[in-house]
Design a protein around this ligand. Sequence first.
Ligand SMILES: Nc1nc(=O)c2c([nH]1)NC[C@@H]1CN(c3ccc(C(=O)N[C@@H](CCC(=O)O)C(=O)O)cc3)CN21
Ligand SMILES: O=c1ccn([C@H]2C[C@H](O)[C@@H](COP(=O)(O)O)O2)c(=O)[nH]1
Length: 279
Amino acid sequence: MRKADKIFIDNINNIMNNGVWSENARPSYKNGKTANSKYITGAFAEYDLAKGEFPITTLRPIAIKSAINEIFWIYQEGSNELKTLVNNRGVHYWKDWEVGDSGTIGQRYGATVKKYDIINKLLAGLKKNPWNRRNIINLWQYEDFEETDGLLPCAFMTMFDVRRVGDTLFLDATLTQRSNDMLVAHHINAMQYVALQMMIAKHFGWKVGKFFYFVNNLHIYDNQFDNAKELLNRIPSDKNPILKLNVPDGTDFFKIKPEDFELIDYEPVKPQLKFDLAI
Ligand SMILES: Nc1nc(=O)c2c([nH]1)NC[C@@H]1CN(c3ccc(C(=O)N[C@@H](CCC(=O)O)C(=O)O)cc3)CN21
Ligand SMILES: O=c1ccn([C@H]2C[C@H](O)[C@@H](COP(=O)(O)O)O2)c(=O)[nH]1
């Protein structure tokens, strides 16, 4: 079985058999009921992208186009505006987290990237000395949290490192996430940050290397257990999906477009599952 499917199945089993219950969780469902979840702490996985190991499950369709468009909204556009996310990028899944009537998700994510000029600083650091060990995106900014309400970033820190093997330079990345709604967003989050890693690697003409994914609180909500059992009953695809970025080496980070990405050999098991989200 492919690595990502095995890890997903192991994580579901691990949470169901060894997880513990939250007692006073923040989110609630649309009906107002508190959304508690069963969780494990400290989940870690490693994918060698250079060997075709991508962190995407085939047990259900993953909204990969939306996931990639969201990463452009955050890191290329530096925006927190729902209008551009929905109208220009076709991503509908953030609407429930609008802050009041602001039309935004608050001073978070893309707004944080823009305020601190994070991408330009990151690219400049990697250009000046690829072997520096200070290539960090950190969206956890208390000053921003005080500025406005809004969901606090879940996937909040990404680190990059360069590694030479023979004549080839590889860019590795580590995504750190404080909280993950596993059945809904585990593979959306992982694959969108792989896409970001691929964009940065292309900008410099490097290859993508390894992707490390750490989740501190990995959970299944109490209304998702039928979906979890359905996933365990499914047989993963025997195809191995590969994400490609079809632009020449050295293409400027800000010139890359979502359409330049292509997911090949992706034949997920259907039908799609339905989720009543914790908001
Ligand atoms: N409880 C919760 N889970 C999340 O995953 C999540 C939040 N809250 N809050 C903020 C964002 C919004 N995210 C979301 C929300 C919904 C979907 C969702 O409904 N996904 C559907 C497909 C959606 C589509 O096709 O565009 C899915 O089947 O995965 C995905 C990510 C990720 N984040
Ligand atoms: O990119 C994302 C954004 C959000 N989530 C999930 C993780 C949690 O289930 C909720 C956030 O609730 P908190 O109480 O703030 O932890 O949203 C995700 O998995 N990925």
